[in-house]
Design a protein around this ligand. Structure first.
Ligand SMILES: [Zn+2]
Length: 229
């Protein structure tokens, strides 16, 4: 389809099915400015922070941008479960705005992989789609085919903290024969536990990565002083 024809089709589709805010339903955009203004930085009441991490977690840093609640929960739900992939644009813009203020040095972005069972259910890895949108803005390539889940793990949210660690330990592996980048930005959408990020970082380090920093769009967990986020 030519560019002008695509534009015409988009215009007609836009008239027939105008974008509505995933949270308040207001017509005009998928995630309106009013709802975005309600988002609460993580942790509540202070600028988003980058936590230094104990080496035992395998992460050099981990940053969470927003508290997972209200309009953001609605927007992520729309993206992930209603499978509205275009939600990736406003959500990745939020990540981009965060990185512009709080750069995390890296050579490439690696999205946390889904197990292929879940990928089949959902049809796409939401974090990979976010990474693809973020990539041109931050000038980093996305490596979505190197790190893989080596086995299916239970939903982390259903498990106690200690079980979470053992649930994901060794659950990821770097597949290619070529080593992963020296510095990796590990991306996740909603952080339920840092155990998954730690296990990803562990696999990357085992294959040669020297620095792993993690960025998640949101987490509902309160700030923790230990290293088990
Ligand atoms: Zn709204």
């Amino acid at each position: 389809m030519t560019g002008s024809l695509q534009t015409l089709v988009d215009t007609i589709l836009g008239l027939l099915f105008p974008d509505r805010c995933a949270s308040c339903g207001r017509v005009g955009s998928l995630f309106c400015a009013e709802c975005q203004a309600e988002l609460r930085p993580y942790p509540a009441g202070s600028p988003t922070v980058t936590h230094p991490y104990d080496r035992s977690t395998f992460l050099d840093a981990a940053a969470v941008v927003f508290v997972f609640e209200g309009p953001l929960r609605d927007a992520v739900h729309c993206f992930k479960y209603k499978r509205i992939r275009r939600m990736a644009r406003p959500l990745s813009n939020l990540l981009q705005a965060y990185l512009a203020l709080h750069p995390l040095p890296a050579d490439a972005i690696i999205p946390v992989p889904l197990h292929h069972h879940r990928l089949k259910q959902r049809g796409f890895n939401q974090t990979e789609v976010l990474a693809q949108h973020l990539s041109p803005a931050c000038g980093l390539p996305v490596l979505a085919r190197g790190l893989e889940r080596s086995r299916h793990t239970e939903h982390q949210a259903r498990l106690a903290a200690q079980e979470r660690l053992s649930n994901v330990r060794g659950a990821f592996v770097w597949q290619p024969s070529t080593p992963p980048p020296t510095r990796v930005l590990l991306l996740d959408d909603v952080l339920t536990t840092g155990a998954t990020l730690g296990a990803c970082a562990q696999a990357l380090r085992a294959a040669g990565t020297r620095e792993v920093r993690a960025l998640a769009l949101a987490s509902s967990r309160p700030e923790r002083s230990d290293h088990s986020i």
